[in-house]
Design a protein around this ligand. Structure first.
Ligand SMILES: *[C@@H]1O[C@H](CO)[C@@H](O)[C@H](O)[C@H]1NC(C)=O
Ligand SMILES: *[C@@H]1O[C@H](CO)[C@@H](O)[C@H](O)[C@H]1NC(C)=O
Ligand SMILES: *[C@@H]1O[C@H](CO)[C@@H](O)[C@H](O)[C@H]1NC(C)=O
Length: 464
């Protein structure tokens, strides 16, 4: 049945990998002529990435994993920023990627199925050359919003300005929401400039968004004559996978049973992403704010990693939680503090009525899909810009903070209380708009929907 092979390579981070894998699954499901091979890069500090890949790929029929041989991560004196660390680590797999793609190319001795394309993600542009050398069409798969893709193509040199005109944003972008990679102007910025330059050399750019969500940003990309064709095909989400590989099924059961007992739409869910964790003093402010707001809550609270680049982990037990004295007793029955949770499953539960989120793009798409409004609390990467977009550009979220970042000022208990109250008790206009966008997300993927049509055009190009 297979008539075309496709190859995929992503950054070894859940935020990048999850949507890329779902996109590969979407293509193979939509058109059984495709078979997909995902080339995987490992990172010793991130074992979860491989656990996830294994569990998600085993259920797939037309998709297989090809593990690239391990490469030692760069030594600390070879990079300053995490963007440079990741980019360099990925770059050091170039030779292995070349060999892997060569093994997929048709030859007389084995298969005769052409390799129709290789998809690389935002930090994997070192492989654009490899694809060109082997004459395989190379596409970019972009797992962040169209607004941020536009930003990478207009990276500002930051001087004393307080705001910046970026074509993919309707409003001037305040300095305070720019990502560290621009503000620090270190090797992260030079890597990003290099990546963005390569985006323009690809055959096409697939973005995990939908035109209806980011009309201005998407139009600004369509208008940019330097770019190849842009395909908004989202939202591509993993709504089931994370429950299957949950490292703590007993906790999952406990959470779902607790949610079952709460009134519809009454619970605010707090979760800061697969890499999100907070220092004890910030945890204390959240606890006080939640208690004062007096709302029902489910709080995924995780311990900061001991070493750089490692994943946060669950606290060993309740006594280890850095919450104020007596907090768990006082909020017992009303709130639940937990560790790792399958986020999409929780957002899909009818008792959840609001989401305090770090504004990673996958989280934003999941909550829009389920029609749950967000209160923004960005932490790292491009999340401050995502928060700004959701609050100011799109009016789809309540603001707790748009410019919090690790190492920055604390968000005070009053801010938490006000944000959570607005999210759960006010914010009717936002709630209405989020419900409407939820419908648009679903329509976009249905036959003749905007993302569906873009996927069909992409497939025509891949097989034409
Ligand atoms: C296909 O053949 C090439 C060249 O003969 C070889 O290098 C490669 O490993 C083979 N691939 C598979 C999947 O057997
Ligand atoms: C795109 O180009 C059209 C025609 O030049 C222009 O009217 C429009 O404002 C542009 N939109 C964006 C978002 O850049
Ligand atoms: C999609 O559009 C085509 C062509 O306009 C039409 O024939 C078909 O019935 C549409 N399908 C749905 C589900 O609306």
């Amino acid at each position: 049945m297979t008539r075309f092979q496709l190859a995929f390579i992503a950054t070894p981070a859940l935020g990048n990998l999850v949507p890329l894998l779902e996109f590969a699954l979407l293509l193979t499901k939509h058109d059984p002529r495709f078979s997909a091979t995902v080339l995987t890069i490992s990172l010793p500090q991130r074992p979860l990435v491989n656990t996830y890949l294994q569990s998600r790929a085993t259920s797939a029929t037309n998709l297989r994993l090809l593990h690239l041989p391990p490469v030692d991560p760069p030594a600390p004196d070879h990079y300053q920023s995490s963007v440079a660390f990741l980019s360099l680590h990925i770059h050091n797999h170039k030779h292995h990627v070349r060999n892997a793609l060569l093994s997929l190319l048709p030859s007389e001795s084995n298969n005769s199925v052409p390799l129709a394309a290789v998809f690389v993600d935002m930090f994997c542009t070192s492989f654009v050359d490899v694809a060109a050398e082997l004459s395989v069409p190379c596409y970019l798969f972009f797992a962040s919003p169209a607004s941020f893709l536009g930003f990478t193509l207009h990276l500002p040199r930051v001087g004393s300005e307080s705001e910046f005109e970026i074509p993919s944003f309707e409003n001037p972008v305040p300095r305070a929401v720019l990502p560290n990679l621009v503000l620090d102007a270190n090797d992260g910025l030079s890597w990003m400039l290099r990546h963005a330059g390569r985006y323009m050399e690809t055959k096409g750019i697939v973005v995990n968004t939908l035109h209806e969500l980011e009309p201005h940003a998407v139009q600004s990309l369509y208008n940019d004559s330097r770019l190849p064709r842009v395909y908004p095909i989202g939202p591509v989400l993993d709504l089931v996978g994370s429950a299957q590989w949950d490292p703590n099924p007993a906790q999952y059961k406990r959470i779902m049973e607790w949610l079952d007992q709460q009134p519809a739409g009454s619970v605010v869910f707090l979760c800061f992403g697969s890499l999100g964790s907070m220092k004890a003093n910030q945890v204390g402010e959240i606890a006080i704010g939640l208690e004062r707001a007096g709302v029902r809550f489910l709080w995924a609270l995780r311990e900061p990693p001991k070493a750089q680049l490692e994943d946060p982990r669950d606290y060993a037990n309740e006594d280890a939680l850095p919450v104020p004295e007596g907090f768990l007793e006082r909020t017992s029955g009303k709130g639940l503090v937990c560790g790792w949770v399958p986020q999409a499953k929780v957002l899909g539960h009818g008792s959840v009525g609001g989401f305090v989120s770090h504004c990673g793009w996958n989280s934003i798409l999941e909550s829009l899909w389920h029609g749950v409004p967000i209160a923004t609390w960005p932490v790292y990467a491009e999340q401050q810009m995502n928060a700004f977009q959701m609050v100011r550009e799109l009016g789809l979220a309540v603001e707790i903070s748009v410019d919090y970042r690790v190492g920055g000022d604390l968000v005070r208990a009053e801010q938490v209380e006000r944000g959570v109250r607005t999210l759960m008790e006010g914010g009717d206009e936002i709630r209405r708009k989020v419900k409407e966008m939820s419908g648009k997300c679903r329509e976009a993927l249905m036959e003749n929907g905007s993302s569906y049509n873009n996927l069909v055009s992409l497939i025509q190009e891949l097989t034409g």
